[in-house]
Every structure is written in structure tokens, then in C-alpha cells.
Design a protein around this ligand. Structure first.
Ligand SMILES: [Mn+2]
Length: 318
């Protein structure tokens, strides 16, 4: 589906529920709320939902947001590559998505219509160019939502998914009136003391493999409980392992349940993160991807190190 087909679709439907992926990030929230506000300004009813409550760090984007009371008729997914990412709270929407707006090359085409731009840095970038191309006037708040989505998915315009087109979108969004300094300070600098403690804990226990080319941090349920920190403080740590000199593949393991572990993989240009995660049924971007592995922690780590050895072309005992 192209942008003008999407616009026709949105104009001719109503009562939207916008789905966002579990463990929502700035792009999920920014593209979700941005689109919701656009739809409401088109005179439509629209809500944004997630399997869990949205994390408080995005509270500044909820400004003016309220839940409209209606039975949803049209289901839109943003920033979701795979129905697996709905979470149990949104499981009732599986197989029922009308439109998916996304930027993941690994998109599974689970929706009736898909608007996919794999060259876009963020779903928010896709929505920005959709609005621009279709002559939809954005409000300052929508501009802030979309800017936040782009800024967070690019690591504040640092990651390899940042393109000239990304910067042009950001530049045009900055012409609206919102405090981008506040956005970036909230997204990239501010941390709670609990978060600082969590980062120290993770750094202290970071493991290194294969001559320091691979680093790994592990968040078990037990460790998270014992830290006393809110579970949300353990989100968004995936860049940490890759921040160490010499590391080409940084892996963050998070326990979801007794024998289910979620991996976030970040890589330098020596390793394809998406290909790596595909080995375990996951996917994502070339430098940032994810997957789930089942088993005990020891089994999961053994599977990971075997796969890393294979990808790096080194012996497993290295
Ligand atoms: Mn995204």
C-alpha cells in the first residue's frame, strides 16, 4: 500500500485502535500517539493500546491524550514487524490487523495491508513522510511525537539507520514549536538513581567471549527482583554491551519466564544482527535485532556462544 492509498483508507474508515509492540520504545509510543492525534484531527475516533501500561518516561508525549470510549472497528499496527510482539494483552488482535505501518525489513506481512519503508529509520519517519506527502498538517504535539520516535530509534541520530532523509524529516519537524532539547535530555541523559544502580550492576557482571569480540549481559528474574528497582529500569540497556571497545556483537539477555529468554543483539558493521537473530526465529535490523530462545540459562548461553562462534568464524573454545 502506498501513502495515497493509506490516506484513502484512513479517510474511509473510523474507530481506530492503534497497536504498539510490547516493551514499547520511543518509536512505538511516538508513532502510535502521533498517528492517533492525526486521526483524531481528521475527525476520527482513535486510541493507542499496549499489552502493558506505557512507561512513565514517555508521559510528556501523553499530553492531551485520553481514552475515547468506543468499540474499535479498524485495527492499525505501528512499528510492529511480527504478531509475536503484540504481547498477551493484545493477542485478541492477531489475524485482525487492517493496516501495519512499519520500517522493519523483517516485517512478516501479517496485516491485510502493509505500508513498509525498510529504509526509514523509524515508524515515526514513515508517518512523517506519509503526512508530508498527503498534505496533512501536523500539530506541534504530533511533531514532538514523531521527532521522539525518530530520535530514539536512531540513538539520537548516531546509529547506521540514520540517513539524509532522516535528518531532513527531523529538520522539518524542528520547525514546529516543541522543546527538542527537553526531548533529548529526557530520552538520552536523564536517569533515575535506580537506573544508575542497574547500569552499574549490569556493567559489573558483563561477560566477554572470543577475545572480547562478544559481550553479554544477563537479567534474570531473580537479579531484577533482588535489585529492588522497577522492572522498567531494565529496559533499553541493549547498547551497553556494544559500548565496550573491541566488541563487535553485544548481547543482552532478559528472562521472560522460567525457561524463556529474550535477546537484544547490537552489532558493529562486522556482524549482521538481523541474520544472527534469524537463526533463532527472530529478526530486526542489520545492527539491532532481537529473538527469543527457550531453555535453561546455561543452555541458552551455550546456544548463543555457538552461534556467535559460527558468525565470527572462530573456535567455540576461543
Ligand atoms: Mn521503530
Amino acid at each position: 500500500m502506498n501513502f495515497s492509498e493509506l490516506f484513502d483508507f484512513l479517510k474511509s474508515h473510523d474507530k481506530y485502535v492503534i497497536l504498539t509492540h510490547r516493551s514499547p520504545d520511543g518509536d512505538a509510543v511516538g508513532s502510535g500517539f502521533g498517528l492517533c492525534s492525526i486521526l483524531r484531527n481528521m475527525g476520527k475516533q482513535a486510541n493507542v493500546v499496549n499489552t502493558e501500561p506505557f512507561p512513565p518516561r514517555y508521559d510528556f508525549l501523553y499530553q492531551g491524550y485520553y481514552v475515547q470510549d468506543f468499540e474499535p472497528e479498524t485495527v492499525v499496527a505501528v512499528d510492529i514487524a511480527d504478531e509475536q510482539l503484540f504481547g498477551s494483552g493484545l493477542a485478541q488482535y492477531a489475524g485482525k490487523v487492517d493496516v501495519c505501518i512499519d520500517h522493519h525489513i523483517s516485517n512478516k506481512y501479517f496485516a491485510k495491508h502493509t505500508v513498509l519503508d525498510a529504509s526509514a529509520s523509524a515508524a515515526a519517519e514513515v508517518i512523517f513522510y506519509f503526512a508530508a506527502e498527503c498534505g496533512i498538517k501536523l500539530t506541534d504535539h504530533e511533531a514532538m511525537c514523531l521527532y521522539t520516535g525518530i530520535a530514539t530509534d536512531t540513538g539520537c541520530f548516531k546509529f547506521g539507520n540514520t540517513t539524509p532523509k532522516t535528518h531532513m524529516a527531523a529538520a522539518r519537524l524542528m520547525q514546529y514549536s516543541f522543546d527538542f532539547v527537553m526531548v533529548n535530555r529526557r530520552m538520552f541523559e536523564l536517569k533515575s538513581r535506580a537506573r544508575l544502580k542497574v547500569e552499574q550492576l549490569m556493567a559489573k557482571d558483563m561477560e566477554f567471549y572470543f577475545d572480547g569480540k562478544c559481550s553479554m549481559i544477563t537479567m534474570t528474574t531473580k537479579l531484577m527482583e533482588e535489585s529492588g528497582a522497577d522492572p522498567a529500569e531494565f529496559d533499553g540497556l541493549a547498547q551497553l554491551p556494544l559500548s565496550v571497545e573491541g566488541v563487535v556483537i553485544g548481547i543482552t539477555i532478559k528472562q521472560r519466564s522460567e525457561q524463556v529468554f529474550k535477546l537484544s543483539v547490537r552489532t558493529t558493521d562486522e556482524v549482521d544482527a538481523s541474520e544472527f537473530c534469524k537463526r533463532f526465529g527472530g529478526g530486526g535490523h542489520i545492527r539491532a535485532a532481537g529473538c527469543e530462545i527457550k531453555g535453561t540459562l546455561e543452555e541458552v548461553k551455550a546456544k548463543i556462544t555457538a552461534a556467535v562462534a559460527d558468525v565470527l568464524g572462530v573456535s567455540e573454545n576461543g
